[in-house]
Design a protein around this ligand. Sequence first.
Ligand SMILES: [Zn+2]
Length: 94
Amino acid sequence: MPQYDFRCNTCAERFSLHFKSVANYAAATPRCPACDSLELARVISGVAIPQAQRDYRKMSAGEMLSVLEAGEKKQVDDMFRQVNSRTADDSGSA
Ligand SMILES: [Zn+2]
């Protein structure tokens, strides 16, 4: 069951929501439980290392999906570059 963490841009409340599936999340319109605001920012949790040092090659498929959903171009670019370099490394050592 995917869990998504949010931070409210209106009142800075942080909260987590659970969804039955990624599709449920995509169809949902989460609101802040404190002030009912729709101005929410996704918080990517569960990755303790700083984003600049994030090793996408060690990410699970679910974590990669979170990056794609977050839609931050630099993160997505970094992820694909690292994944592609892993593929090249694997073929080179085989
Ligand atoms: Zn709020």
